[in-house]
Design a protein around this ligand. Structure first.
Ligand SMILES: NC(=O)c1ccc[n+]([C@@H]2O[C@H](COP(=O)([O-])OP(=O)(O)OC[C@H]3O[C@@H](n4cnc5c(N)ncnc54)[C@H](O)[C@@H]3O)[C@@H](O)[C@H]2O)c1
Length: 334
């Protein structure tokens, strides 16, 4: 087993989307492990970007957009690329699929071409999504499940992933793609429900307001962000190993719970304080809803030895505690 700290010491790492939820958590972990980290982020207003996310991280934040920023000097010398930048809104992708594909596919190809020139041997871990499996045919979902994107965002994310996988197949670059389930934890956007329903639940709980559960029977296997960060680090450390290089892996989290069970767990994690109401799934979202999902991520576990460590009640408690002190930065009053 490789010594993680030695692997990362002085390693030159580029994190696209580094001021967002998952990217910033990775930046903190990488810098703490001794890596030299550059975070590239366009600070788009509708996603998870937040300047507070990188406070105290000790990384260089470059404000730039992968669609048009000069990337060559930024990528030069990169040894590991964590590729987290994306248009992540499902409704946003439906409204403007051209803008969606411009980031999630066209700009990915742009980045790929620059990386060929600037950092031809760098490892790449790409943040992919369970979204493009669509409404699961059977649960749990493994990597052989058909790809049936339910929305434009699913199509663009699938295309982006496949362009990166070609870099492995055609050129032999060590690339790993992680198809993530719903992730949660510190540095998530909680101002509203744009990043995930759980964001607004957390905000409402901390503000002492009721929150809404849409539907309620849907199953989710939420992944706590520290476990997700560890999965990305592990994937990068082993990206050139046989059985890991060039593979796409599902990444799940805690054992599945229904949204109603999750709502109760949130209230328990908030010391028993809080309440919620249930309502029908809104008509404009119902056609792109995927229903229940939980991942079979045994392939990633077997290939790398990774396993999630943070149980759901503990992760919810940690998340609420973290935001309690930081509401002005993450949920400013209008
Ligand atoms: N959070 C989850 O539950 C989840 C689930 C599945 C997949 N993912 C994937 O993980 C990755 C990170 O997601 P996240 O939850 O941290 O989202 P996020 O919105 O918090 O982070 C994405 C970051 O990318 C930046 N960005 C977007 N377009 C950019 C561009 N053109 N140039 C530069 N920066 C740009 C945004 O400003 C944002 O800070 C995404 O690729 C997403 O599709 C996340």
């Amino acid at each position: 087993m490789m010594d993680d700290m030695d692997f990362w010491k002085r390693r030159r790492v580029l994190v696209t989307g580094g001021a967002g939820f998952l990217g910033s958590n990775l930046c903190h972990a990488l810098a703490a492990a001794g890596a030299r980290v550059t975070a590239l982020d366009a600070m788009l207003p509708d996603g998870g970007a937040n300047p507070a996310n990188l406070e105290g991280a000790g990384v260089l934040l470059v404000r730039g957009d992968i669609r048009d920023t000069e990337l060559l000097s930024l990528c030069q010398g990169t040894e590991v690329l964590f590729n987290m930048a994306a248009q992540t809104s499902h409704m946003g992708g439906q409204r403007d699929p051209v803008a969606d594909i411009a980031i999630n596919a066209v700009a990915q190809v742009r980045l790929i071409q620059v990386m060929r020139e600037a950092a031809p041997t760098a490892r790449v871990v790409h943040a992919s999504t369970r979204q493009f499996y669509g409404r699961p045919i059977a649960l749990p979902v493994d990597e052989l499940h058909p790809v049936n994107p339910p929305d434009a965002n699913g199509v663009s994310k699938w295309a982006g992933e496949q362009y990166w996988m070609l870099e492995n197949r055609v050129l032999g670059r060590p690339v790993v793609s992680l198809r993530l389930t719903n992730c949660y934890g510190p540095r998530l956007r909680i101002a509203d429900a744009r990043q995930t329903f759980l964001g607004i639940w957390i905000r409402r709980l901390l503000e002492g307001e009721p929150f809404e559960v849409w539907g309620g029977a849907q199953l989710r296997d939420l992944a706590y962000v520290d476990d997700v960060t560890q999965a990305f680090l592990t994937a990068a450390e082993q990206a050139d190993a046989p059985g890991v290089a060039g593979r796409v892996f599902n990444l799940g989290g805690a054992p599945p719970v229904s949204l109603l069970e999750l709502a109760e767990l949130c209230i328990a994690a908030n010391g028993g304080r809080g309440s919620f109401s249930t309502r029908e799934f809104p008509a404009d979202r119902a056609p792109i809803d995927i229903g229940s999902y939980h991942a079979n991520d045994s392939a990633f576990r077997a290939a790398t030895g990774w396993a999630p460590r943070v149980p759901l009640p503990e992760g919810l408690r940690r998340s609420l505690d973290w935001y309690r002190e930081r509401l002005p930065d993450y949920a400013p009053k209008a």
